[in-house]
Design a protein around this ligand. Structure first.
Ligand code: GLN
Length: 303
């Protein structure tokens, strides 16, 4: 039904655009909305024009210029796809809901659009495909903006600088990435840490886990020699597991940047996302949330 509505709305928008091109009328943006029922969602079909569906959006949005934002507003919610094992960016709070920096960011975006935020927790390596197949609006998951991923999804502006780090047991003889050869190294499946250990290092026995904390638990239990993961979660995993430390030498020299993933071509949504991110960055709000959720996450694991 929603698809039908969208198609009808798009056809209508196209028709309006064509009509606008054909005749330079004074008011091409005004849709032929029955004036007696402004904003009515279930208006009776207008007899003179197939405009009933267009009444669902305010007239200025029926131009087809913001189709993805219009669809989100119509649904009344913005759907964020994430993997809630990545503190301080996304993790389960004490009441088992997903909280963290990325949830705050997506909440600010939802608020700017006037809709609710829905958070869907899924495997990290399924997020890009889920976006492509329309299962959510935004991938907000501490996701590194890589050229490979940018072939299949669009990215917002970058909002966090990060790097891959190495977690080991205290007293380990591993002091840097070169020492990982021949070792059992845990990573989160499908992440840049996984790609680095798998593709850039020789002779590593790579063990893949669904979340970083799963890998951390295995390291703490002595079943792994090291875990390679992003800096933020690395610190949180070490804090949550006595006996684990993060090496000072990073795994990779290349810094990484987090960005929000959006299905390709949703330029209206991307612009709205970027506007909110720019403001949050300018206000120092993202760093404030990182500090806040690092504390919440540490307190949770100490409890
Ligand atoms: N930044 C890493 C990546 O994009 C890890 C992200 C994550 O595990 N949530 O691959």
């Amino acid at each position: 039904m929603k698809k039908m509505r969208l198609i009808v709305a798009m056809l209508l928008a196209t028709a309006l655009l064509l009509a606008g091109c054909a005749s330079e009328t004074a008011d091409t943006t005004a849709a032929p909305v029955p004036t007696e029922a402004p904003g009515a969602t279930e208006a009776p079909a207008a007899t003179e024009a197939p405009a009933a569906e267009a009444t669902e959006a305010p007239a200025e949005e029926a131009t087809g210029e913001t189709p993805n934002i219009d669809a989100i507003k119509e649904a009344g919610k913005l759907v964020m796809l994430t993997n809630a094992g990545f503190a301080p960016y996304e993790f389960l709070g004490s009441d088992n809901t997903v909280i963290g920096v990325d949830v705050e960011i997506a909440g600010a975006i939802a608020e700017s659009l006037g809709v609710e935020l829905e958070v869907v927790d899924m495997d990290f390596d399924a997020i890009v495909f889920a976006l492509q197949s329309g299962k959510g609006d935004l991938g907000v998951a501490g996701m590194t903006n890589t050229p490979e991923r940018a072939e299949t999804v669009d990215f917002s502006i970058n909002y966090v600088d990060s790097q891959q780090m190495i977690i080991v047991q205290e007293g380990s003889d591993i002091t840097g990435p070169a020492d990982l050869t021949g070792k059992n190294v845990g990573v989160q499946m499908g992440t840049t840490g996984d790609l680095f250990v798998t593709d850039d290092l020789e002779g590593v026995n790579v063990q893949r886990y669904k979340t970083g904390p799963d890998a951390g638990a295995e390291l703490a239990a002595g079943k792994l020699d090291a875990v390679v993961i992003d800096a933020g979660p690395a610190a949180q995993i070490a804090a949550a597991n006595p006996g684990l430390v993060v090496l000072e030498t990073p795994a990779t020299e290349e810094p990484e940047q987090y960005a929000i993933a959006i299905a390709k071509g949703k330029d209206d949504l991307k612009a709205a996302v970027n506007a909110v991110l720019e403001q949050l960055i300018a206000d120092g709000q993202i760093q404030a949330w990182i500090d806040e959720y690092n504390e919440i996450s540490s307190a949770e694991s100490a409890a």
